[in-house]
Every structure is written in C-alpha cells, then in structure tokens.
Design a protein around this ligand. Sequence first.
Ligand SMILES: Nc1ncnc2c1ncn2[C@@H]1O[C@H](COP(=O)(O)OP(=O)(O)O)[C@@H](O)[C@H]1O
Ligand SMILES: [Mg+2]
Length: 277
Amino acid sequence: MTNNGNAGAPVFEIERMNFSYNTQLALKDVNLTVREGERIAILGANGSGKSTLLKILDALYFPASGKISAFGEPLTEQALQDEARAFAFRRRVGLVFQDPEVQLFSPTVWDEVTFAPLHLGLPRAEVIERSEWAMDLLDIAKLRDRAPHRLSGGEKKKVALASVLSLRPEVWLLDEPTASLDPRSQSRLLDFIDELGREGKTIITATHDLDIVEEIADRVVMFCDEHEITGEGAPHEVLSDYDRLIECNLIHEHRHKHDGTEHIHHHLHPAAHEHEH
Ligand SMILES: Nc1ncnc2c1ncn2[C@@H]1O[C@H](COP(=O)(O)OP(=O)(O)O)[C@@H](O)[C@H]1O
Ligand SMILES: [Mg+2]
C-alpha cells in the first residue's frame, strides 16, 4: 500500500515530536507520516510510548515540542478551541483506549454505544442501526441496560470498541484492541478491521500481539529504543527478523523440557501471558 505509487493524502504528519508527562519522558524525537488508507501497526514493549502516541493522534495531549498536523492543518490545542474544527476532527478520528475504564462514562451500555454518534450529529435512525449492529458484532446486545462500570474487563473492552464502531470514523486508532477479548470476538473484530481496510479507512493499531500484525497492517513502525521509533518495515520483514524482535523486547526466548531434552522457543506474544481470566 505504501509503495503502490498511489498513496493517499497525508492524514497525520509528525516531525521531531517530543512528549513528557511532567518529568517522565514518553516520546522522543518521533517522525511519522500516515497517509489515507494506510494500515499501520505500532509495536513496542510496555512503556515504550504506544498509547501516548495514539492519544496525541487523537488530540487528547499535545506535544511539548515538534510539529503535528492532521488532514493538512496544524493539530494544536488552540486550533481545537474552534468548536467547528474540534467537532469535525472528533467525527473523523476515533480512538479505542487500551484501558476501557478511562473511556466509559455513561449510565448504561446503550447510552455509551450511542453517545459519540448522537453527540456528533449523525441522524438518530442511523445511530440506532449502527449501534445495534456494533453490539451484535461483539455479542453485547444482552448487556444494553447494564452499567458499564459493573461489567467484567473483557465486557468493558467490547463496549469501548462498540462505542467507536457505532461512530464509524475515517481514521481508527486502536490501542491493543484484541487484548482481553474472547476468541469469537477477536476473530469478528479482525474480520471487521479487514473490511475497514478494504473500504480504504486509515487504521493505526498499537499491539504487542504479533500474531495479528500481518492481518491488520501493511506497515509496521517499531519502538525499539525506549520512547523512540527506530524501526519500520513490511510486516513479513519485521516479523521474520527474530534477533531484532528479541532486542526490541517483542519476543522472548523460553526454555522448556520435552522428553528430557531442553529446547529454546521464541515466544511471539508476551501479551498472551497477561490473560485476565
Ligand atoms: N499518566 C501518566 N503519567 C506519567 N507517566 C506516564 C503516564 N502515562 C504513561 N506514562 C509513562 O510514559 C511512558 C509511555 O507510556 P505508554 O504510552 O502508556 O506506553 P505503552 O502504551 O507503549 O505501554 C512510560 O514510561 C509510562 O510509564
Ligand atoms: Mg499502551
């Protein structure tokens, strides 16, 4: 997609961007251009800066230095004080948080799933239809009257996903979207992401589930040194460079004994060791 000579207009352009939480550095000298219709996976170990980058792309934080533009215009706090501009941006870009606790605020699941599209002015009938569809896709129709805060971790994640699915933005920012989903929901979500890609949507997914990278991305950007993007490539290139993946703390070597002999396996997904159940 990046080298077909037909790449879309830039959606995001980031130059020499730095970001810190008070004194804690989170992103260092980040340069990244994302074009319309690209599907990008952001890989990196815990704490490398993936979630911070997605929040900056969603204009929830603004960089301390460097430049960022969205759809060809500077993405600054000041620019988004213009209500019409903020509204248009929120309509076009949707973020599914890694931690659904932060995202959920409505009294019921139904209110949560319908909030963004209603608030952003989509026709009511369409909102209802899309919300029903999103809840069916993720098997949460039965939860519609429940309070999001009383749901299990995996259920909360599904509600958070459905609340962006119902908005159907042009640009999707997905922060570890498959983490804590059950197998059927994972598989439906991956099919859906595939469909979005075919519709030409822009999809940026932070993950350390290397098993899904080839399905969801055409380009991989990698945090290898802490807080700094130091690698990039096509999924098959990145995934076949085991030494680099070990160096970047994306896979680990693991010793097992089978029939009395010791083997070393490469584990492709550290996240698999962090199941919720
Ligand atoms: N709210 C916060 N306050 C202070 N430091 C934070 C906060 N959120 C994240 N950090 C720090 O910023 C760095 C990047 O974090 P994050 O973007 O969440 O990484 P990732 O998503 O790759 O795990 C880490 O060192 C993390 O500890
Ligand atoms: Mg994160």
